[in-house]
Design a protein around this ligand. Structure first.
Ligand code: MBD
Ligand code: FE
Length: 252
């Protein structure tokens, strides 16, 4: 490892240590409380590993997005969450769903670059939960060709995809991360959302989410990831709800 990397790791990790010490001091934490916390962390080791990712994403992922945004000109980015999958079907105008996956929703918009040109050839990944809050690929009854896909954008950078409208969602209720939230008196509910990720060589990977104006839990997201610019008002065309969202991606 280079000396520079060693210095960087020491700086960040030791700053975290100092911040934790500060919290312990400020709250007059007892030895008993400290031991209880250590035992709780030991319990995480025996859980499915996504629980660790879930806890980290819950507290820290949006912060990293905010840091990234402070150096960027593109549209707002947001938490990837634990349910992104790489090897999904290429789609054009339709995400595969089942009859009972809920209300129809049309996703439409355009991806441009900070230089104003369309993001031609970029990959746009879209994924969201079903009407019960499940993500495909994580439930055996819901294989990955459902409720997710990847659009290869054409010269105009536009996309238009039919799918269904996701509903509010809880983080896994039986999991240890929810045990932590419960112990803190916090809610496991996230507002309904659609996930997006845009990739184009030479550009920063752009990961974000869209929320629905007027939806439940917007003010009480445990992930603290609902930025006002990510809350979208649905339009209605020919009896179908439309979520219009444009993206601007940054060069590397
Ligand atoms: C999700 O669906 C999600 O998007 C995030 C950020 C955390 C947990 C579950
Ligand atoms: Fe999600």
């Amino acid at each position: 490892m280079s000396e520079e990397t060693t210095r960087r790791i020491d700086k960040v990790v030791y700053d975290i240590v100092l911040a934790v010490r500060d919290a312990l001091q400020k709250n007059d934490v007892t030895f008993e409380e400290y031991r209880a916390a250590v035992h709780f962390l030991m319990d995480y080791v025996n859980q499915p590993d996504y629980e660790v990712a879930l806890m980290c994403d819950l507290w820290f992922n949006q912060t990293v997005c905010n840091i990234e945004m402070s150096h960027c000109q593109g549209t707002a980015t947001s938490v990837e969450g634990p349910y992104f999958l790489e090897n999904v079907p290429v789609i054009s105008d339709r995400i595969k769903y089942r009859d009972d996956d809920g209300e129809a929703l049309l996703l439409r918009g355009r991806v441009t670059q900070t230089d104003g040109r369309p993001a031609a050839g970029a990959e746009l990944f879209i994924w969201h939960s079903d009407a019960k809050g499940y993500y495909s690929g994580y439930e055996s009854a819901l294989p990955i060709e459902y409720l997710r896909g990847k659009v290869i954008l054409g010269e105009d950078g536009r996309y238009e995809v039919n799918t269904t409208r996701p509903v509010p969602y809880t983080i896994p209720l039986g999991g240890i991360t929810n045990r932590l939230l419960e112990a803190m008196g916090r809610s496991p509910w996230r507002p309904a959302h659609v996930h997006y990720k845009i990739r184009k060589p030479g550009f920063l990977e752009h990961t974000t989410q869209a929320y629905f104006k007027g939806g439940a839990y917007l003010d009480n997201d445990p992930v603290e990831a609902v930025l006002s610019s990510l809350v979208h008002e649905l339009k209605e065309e020919n009896g179908i709800k439309v979520l219009e969202k444009d993206f601007v991606i940054d060069p590397l």
